[in-house]
Design a protein around this ligand. Structure first.
Ligand code: B12
Ligand code: SF4
Length: 517
């Protein structure tokens, strides 16, 4: 039987990731078409050499008709490029196919690299089966919709493949049997989703796309603002299987907005009977929704609030204003629903005054949640331009030079990037993000030893100075305080840096206790 090898190199530095849903859906489509599929999923990037060497052996042993890479923009791009080149050097006749969000939005650039042969743009289930057929039978690639490829020196982009309709999505189920769901990834790392007191959290992608048109979002190109969804029955059945066969007791919905069709969403949530994590927009929160969220054991909501400045929200076409964010937070706080709010700072065209409003809003929302940073988790992050949307074009107008090689994309990593954007002092932005993280973290530390408790309290008080003076000298007040804090941390008055970098407050609390014991 012919084989296909699918590779996904997740490169989260925290090592916590989920199952590779893209490859799992593709594998289902390929298996139904009679092909043998193997998935290599690396969950973190501690030992690149072992991962690469082991992959070369697997390619040799499997002799696939092609190797498919699933690639996001960022560090994955760099490592996928390196591994693709290595495979190409060792097995020149095996086609290398790239799919996923990065190749979709940068097909032309990807194909400038001679180790990538074919790009599959956007949704891949139907395309990958036709592509496998074309490669197997040496048919013309020109007949396969939704791909780009090289012919001599020319790069050809075939027409787009129409996105699947909702009814068609139900024909596919992730091929769970191809990964070790229990606890190990292919390269022996863990699917470490056992947070918030749950034993094992599964991931599920119940709907695709989003009808909004935020100017920085990948949906503009990947899903062309069309929202499609698995039927409620299908989702309930699939999650039941995950409960029975793989013992999940929580589910993380990876949908961009799980609640677009409320009726469907709550039918699913009421029937699955386990805790869940999901995304929603602020403007969809009502008293009734909050009540249902509580009733159905919502473990955490994720909301892209993006900004505390109406001017910024307007600029990015969020179609939601600050008053709505505040009003919805008041409702959610009343029902004690845990929330993650993501904020984006540093869009081209944003001034420090606009950014300051985001931090003032974070204060306000935290107060609504009584400064309970376990329930209320604000995450400001720096805007990083990715192609395929209007904000990317604006970034270029503001002097941004896109990476010229696949390997350079890893610099554009939101959390660990090395970029410097021409429109703003990016180092200053980084200090502000770090300040915010440390501040909310320190608030929650409760240590057994009185003296340490006092020290942490003092540190927290110190970190609240910018708030106390209402960010009057923003951004200099924050940066000044953060630099002093960082200096003290460096000379070792606090626990080591590794601990400080952990992301979740509760993880942090445990780690601190362990470190000092
Ligand atoms: C889950 C998730 C993660 C998980 C991934 C877990 C995992 N093991 O897969 C984690 C937390 C690790 C993660 C990390 C990041 N993520 Co993320 N993530 C998502 C999320 C919410 C869902 C992805 C998913 O599973 N989709 C479901 C599957 C079915 O869809 P899919 O992957 O697109 O696959 C389909 C097609 O693309 C195609 N396809 C995919 N691969 C392939 C391969 C081949 C060969 C073919 C033929 C076709 C094909 O066919 C598939 C089926 O139709 C998306 C948002 C979204 N709605 O997609 C953001 C998203 C992909 N993430 C994003 C980003 C920016 C990141 C980070 C880069 C953030 C950062 N640190 O800077 C990091 C990258 C990590 C790193 N350092 O490399 C952006 C990507 C933007 C971009 N241009 O790449 C998205 C779109 C979010 C957003 N709204 O901006 N992410
Ligand atoms: S609402 Fe969210 S998912 Fe939808 S376009 Fe805006 S940022 Fe993207």
């Amino acid at each position: 039987m012919d084989s296909v090898l699918l590779i996904k190199l997740d490169t989260q530095s925290s090592g916590t990731t989920g199952v590779p849903l893209g490859p799992l859906y593709l594998a289902d489509a390929l298996e139904k078409a009679g092909l043998n599929v193997k998935i290599l999923h690396s969950l973190e990037f501690k030992n690149v050499k072992t991962i690469f060497d082991s992959t070369i052996k697997t390619v040799e042993g499997t002799n696939p008709i092609f190797v498919g890479f699933s690639v996001m923009t960022g560090m994955q791009t760099e490592y996928s490029a390196k591994l693709s080149r290595m495979i190409k050097n060792n097995f020149p006749s095996i086609p290398i196919v790239w799919g996923g969000i990065h190749p979709t939005i940068a097909a032309e650039e990807c194909l400038k690299e001679n180790y990538i042969d074919i790009i599959v743009r956007s949704e891949g289930e139907k395309t990958i089966v036709e592509l496998a057929e074309a490669i197997k039978k040496r048919k013309y690639l020109s007949e396969v919709l939704g791909i780009s490829y090289r012919e001599g020196n020319e790069i050809i982009h075939n027409d787009n493949r129409p996105l699947m309709k909702s009814e068609e999505l139900d024909n596919y189920t992730p091929a769970w049997h191809l990964i070790n769901f229990e606890k190990k990834g292919y390269f022996n790392e863990g699917y470490a989703m056992n947070i918030y007191g749950l034993k094992r959290i599964g991931q599920y992608y119940s709907s695709r796309g989003c009808p909004y048109k935020c100017k920085f979002c990948f949906n503009v190109s990947q899903n062309t603002t069309r929202w499609r969804a698995h039927s409620a029955e299908k989702v309930i059945k699939d999650i039941e299987l995950l409960k029975q066969e793989y013992g999940i007791d929580g589910v993380m919905f990876y949908d961009d907005n799980f609640f677009i069709d409320n009726k469907r969403a709550f039918e699913i949530l009421q029937k699955i009977g386990i805790s869940y994590f999901a995304d929603i927009r602020s403007d969809m929160i009502t008293e009734e929704i909050a009540r249902l969220l509580r009733e159905t054991r919502c473990m955490r909501l994720h909301i892209g609030a993006e900004s505390g400045s109406d001017e910024t929200l307007e600029m990015i076409n969020k179609k939601c204003d600050v008053d709505t964010i505040i009003r919805s937070t008041e409702i959610l706080a009343r029902y004690k629903i845990p929330v993650n709010y993501s904020f984006v700072i540093g869009f081209p065209g944003e001034t420090w005054q606009m950014i300051k409003k985001t931090f003032l809003l974070i204060e306000k929302l935290a107060n609504i949640y009584n400064n309970d940073y376990i329930l209320f988790n604000p995450k400001p992050g720096i805007y990083v331009p990715y192609p395929g949307n209007p904000m990317w074009n604006k970034s270029i107008e503001y002097g941004f030079g896109p990476p010229t090689k696949m390997e350079y994309w890893s610099k554009l990593n939101r959390y660990e990037g090395q970029y410097d954007f021409p429109w703003i002092d990016t180092k200053m932005l980084r200090n502000i993000v770090n300040f915010n993280f440390n501040r909310k973290t320190y608030l929650k530390i409760k240590h057994r030893k009185l003296i340490l408790r006092i020290i942490y309290k003092l540190f927290y008080a110190f970190l609240t100075i910018p708030t106390a003076i209402k960010y009057i000298f923003f951004p200099f007040d924050v940066v000044f305080i953060y630099r002093i804090f960082d200096f003290v941390k460096k000379i070792g008055l606090l626990v080591n840096r590794k601990v400080i970098r952990l992301k979740e407050v509760d993880e942090f609390q445990e780690a601190v206790e362990e470190a000092i014991d």
